[in-house]
Write a protein that binds this ligand. Structure first.
Ligand SMILES: O=C(CO)[C@H](O)[C@H](O)COP(=O)(O)O
Length: 225
């Protein structure tokens, strides 16, 4: 069993029958989804799920997990998702795959949000290894980019896979992949980007995690706030 699978299985121990569970997106979240399906099949677990992305919804459906649409929920019991970066204060950077809008809604709606990752995701500051993805409403991208540049940011529109156009998210937004001065702390960055007109959502998850589970060399450590 690899570290991503191990940490996902640890998070699944917090799932109880009757819960409405949010499903994250990515390879670590996939192990969690697979484990829920196994618990349902082999141990009679009864949960309802809500997915943070089309791909996770398809995975859950293919494994026969009961699934409801985001429009049908106003709160959930538990959300489990991976991250691209995790800082010592449990701020996350997410959204490399650009599914961050639903991910952040579920993280906020959850009574408990557990972030799961292997130790490669631990960083000292947000933006250490990845650019910060910022979803923008398409007609505003240039004005929004200019506002962010005035605050010292650098970057550009994310290209599409063929590099002959621009990436469009499942909600029809463009993505600005930006870097900021590393002296800016997570809260400052979060507030700055959130308050920029034209921004739909961004990948900094500040003050949203209840716990971070990290797997390293076959061992899982849990850190709760
Ligand atoms: O934020 C995410 C998707 O938007 C993922 O959770 C993040 O990219 C981690 O992915 P993985 O578990 O495959 O390493």
């Amino acid at each position: 069993m690899n570290d991503k699978q191990m940490v996902a299985l640890q998070a699944a121990k917090y799932v109880k029958s009757g819960m409405l569970v949010g499903l994250g997106t990515g390879s670590t979240a996939n192990y969690f989804i697979e484990e829920l399906a196994r618990l349902q099949r082999e141990e009679g677990l009864k949960v309802t799920t809500v997915a943070s992305s089309t791909i996770s919804a398809i995975t859950a459906q293919s494994l026969n997990l009961p699934i409801v649409a985001l429009e049908q929920i106003s709160s959930i019991d538990l959300y489990v998702d991976g991250a691209d970066e995790i800082t010592p204060d449990m701020t996350l950077l997410k959204g490399r795959g650009s599914d961050l809008v639903k991910e952040k809604l579920l993280a906020r709606a959850a009574s408990k949000f557990i972030a799961v990752a292997d130790e490669s995701k631990l960083v000292s500051h947000i933006g250490q290894n990845f650019v910060i993805p910022i979803e923008v409403i398409p007609f505003a991208w240039q004005l929004t980019k200019k506002s962010l540049e005035a605050a010292g940011a650098k970057g550009n529109l994310r290209p599409n896979a063929a590099k002959d156009g621009f990436w469009v998210t499942s909600h029809g937004s463009y993505v600005l992949d930006m870097t900021f001065d590393r002296s800016l702390d997570a809260k400052t960055l979060n507030d700055l980007i959130s308050n920029t007109p034209g921004v739909v959502e961004h990948g900094i998850f500040y003050g949203l995690t209840d716990a971070v589970f990290i797997a390293a060399n076959g061992l899982v450590s849990e850190r709760w706030i």
